[in-house]
Design a protein around this ligand. Structure first.
Ligand SMILES: Nc1ncnc2c1ncn2[C@@H]1O[C@H](COP(=O)(O)OP(=O)(O)OP(=O)(O)O)[C@@H](O)[C@H]1O
Ligand SMILES: [Mg+2]
Length: 514
């Protein structure tokens, strides 16, 4: 007994159901089965997307067909196919234009399709898409029983449904895993704590945070390096109605230009070399919550354009995909650049700047916060005391005066690191059971209040060795000093040195700093 041909064609597809296949491959195999079953020159599977048919897989049609979009109001033939629940065959002299005319492979572009049939696919009683078959010979489909095509279409619909469910589940699992990772990273990130301070400038900042947190406005947090911009962004999210949803961060300076886009919007498998699996972007992960775009001034111009589009429409596409996702994301951006100046210089898009800075929130530098320096020093002293297992750790009166007199080019982060170093020095020189006092000498503050001092000292070091060695020594010390001030943020250090980031990396490697 021979197996009936329909079942024959279909068995491999049923076997495929339990395999993990990319959607495109599943659709391609489906068409392959259809062509083995029915003698056509070309076949296509199209998905209905609003009023447009999108080809998902084609067989026997030129490759560019996959890029075409067939609008129903321009395609009476496809419209007629969708209007019937069952299969339709067009008469060979039917005057309706065929969307595939000139697209059938291996034939001169003049040749027209002469025999054409198709059948809609229904999922949950709604039209999902179409299967079409074309032949150049007007009598090719003469012997075909339309019921065979209809049977195939309903089996195909079931395959499509299972395939879509599997893909949706895979996507959800992948997204959940990325979310968990984001939560873990956020929990590990130190610095998510209370904003310390009492100065007038500080209180004004807290007030602004309280005002803007309740809204959904985009906030642009600006300020010098180390002032606490990230902490401010966390505080806004925590005080917002989105606090129970994730705060997802992306440091726009930390990634090469080519990866920023996929990190933001995600990508589909095969979108570029290295994209071995489908991946959701930070935008999708932040859905319902807040997306923190740190160092937003570093975004490449091409990505700025795409970001603007997503912010305006709320729709995003993964790199390499034409499917749109709707997202509900509140954006907080931060920069230590003068972004308005960047706009004037043509390095940042004006429209994106206005879209991001609906609520501008400048964070004042530490030197404008008066005695907050001492409060913050106290906070960091306590952190270090606990970490080092000390009984007590405090500052001498001269040390306090020195902190108040300094102008803090590296702001709170510089203070944090300075206290950390001083605590270690104090511990090395004292006994753990005692209350240790940090004197001004242990703070090792630059004598002059300009950050040029260490570099100048390096330049004046005894002139041993040849000129090249002296220059390299100077470069090494200068780079280390600037890195220290900028909390080892290479992008910020490169800016402060007036260098391109890539050049700084290269130089640092040559000098053995990386
Ligand atoms: N008001 C504050 N109270 C307590 N800690 C603070 C305060 N402001 C900043 N910090 C701490 O100072 C460090 C630097 O802060 P943060 O990373 O938020 O600065 P930033 O402005 O984002 O710096 P950069 O421009 O270099 O990215 C962090 O460890 C943060 O926790
Ligand atoms: Mg920061």
């Amino acid at each position: 007994m021979t197996t009936p041909p329909l079942l024959d064609a279909f068995l491999p597809l049923v076997a495929d159901l339990t395999r993990e296949l990319p959607e495109a491959e599943r659709y391609r195999r489906l068409l392959g089965a259809l062509r083995r079953l029915l003698p056509a020159d070309a076949a296509a599977l199209l998905r209905l997307d609003g009023d447009t048919l999108v080809p998902l897989a084609v067989d026997g049609l030129s490759a560019d067909t996959l890029g075409r979009r067939f609008r129903l109001d321009e395609q009476p033939r496809l419209r007629a196919l969708l209007a019937q629940r069952g299969a339709t065959r067009f008469a060979s002299d039917c005057s309706l234009p065929d969307p595939y005319d000139g697209l059938v492979e291996g034939l001169s572009s003049q040749l027209q399709v002469h025999d054409c049939l198709g059948c809609p696919l229904y999922l949950d009683e709604r039209p999902w898409g179409l299967l079409t078959l074309d032949a150049l010979d007007p009598a090719r489909f003469d012997g075909i029983d339309l019921a065979t095509l209809e049977a195939f279409a309903s089996l195909a619909a079931a395959t499509v449904q299972v395939g879509e469910r599997i893909s949706a589940l895979t996507r959800r699992a992948e997204r959940d895993e990325r979310l968990m990772q984001a939560y873990r990273e956020a929990a590990d990130r130190q610095g998510s704590h209370e904003l310390i301070g009492q100065s007038r400038a500080h209180r004004r900042l807290l007030q602004e945070i309280a005002v803007v947190a309740g809204s959904d406005l985009s906030v642009l947090v600006s300020g010098e390096t180390g002032v606490g911009k990230e902490l401010v962004a966390q505080a806004i999210h925590a005080a917002s109605p989105r606090a129970h949803k994730p705060l997802i961060s992306l440091n726009c300076a930390a990634l090469p230009d080519t990866l920023v886009e996929s990190e933001l919007f995600g990508h589909v498998r095969g979108a570029f070399s290295g994209a071995v699996t489908e991946r959701s972007g930070k935008f999708e992960l932040a859905d319902g919550g807040t997306l923190f775009l740190d160092e937003v001034g570093e975004l490449p111009l091409a990505v700025q354009a795409k970001l603007l589009r997503v912010l305006q429409s709320g729709q995003l596409q993964r790199v390499g995909s034409d499917r749109e996702h709707r997202v509900d994301v509140r954006v907080i951006a931060a920069t230590n650049r003068d972004l308005a100046g960047e706009v004037r210089a043509g390095r940042f898009r004006a429209d994106l700047y206005h879209r991001l800075s609906v609520y501008p929130l400048p964070v004042p530098p530490l030197r404008e916060r008066g005695r907050d320096v001492l409060l913050l020093a106290g906070f960091f002293l306590e952190e270090n005391r606990a970490r080092l297992g000390l009984r007590g750790l405090r500052l001498s009166a001269e040390a306090q005066a020195a902190l108040l007199a300094y102008d803090w080019p590296g702001n709170v982060r510089e203070l944090e690191h300075l206290i950390g170093r001083a605590a270690l020095r104090a511990m090395a020189g004292g006994e753990q059971r005692r209350i240790l006092s940090i004197g001004a000498e242990l703070l090792d503050l630059p004598a002059a209040t300009d950050s040029e001092a260490p570099a100048a000292a390096a330049a004046l070091a005894p002139a041993t060795g040849d000129l090249r060695q002296a220059v390299e020594r100077f470069q090494r010390e200068r780079i280390l000093a600037v890195l220290e001030v900028h909390g080892h943020n290479w992008a910020a250090a490169a800016r402060a040195l007036g260098m391109d980031r890539a050049n700084l990396h290269r130089l640092a490697r040559r000098l053995g700093l990386r």
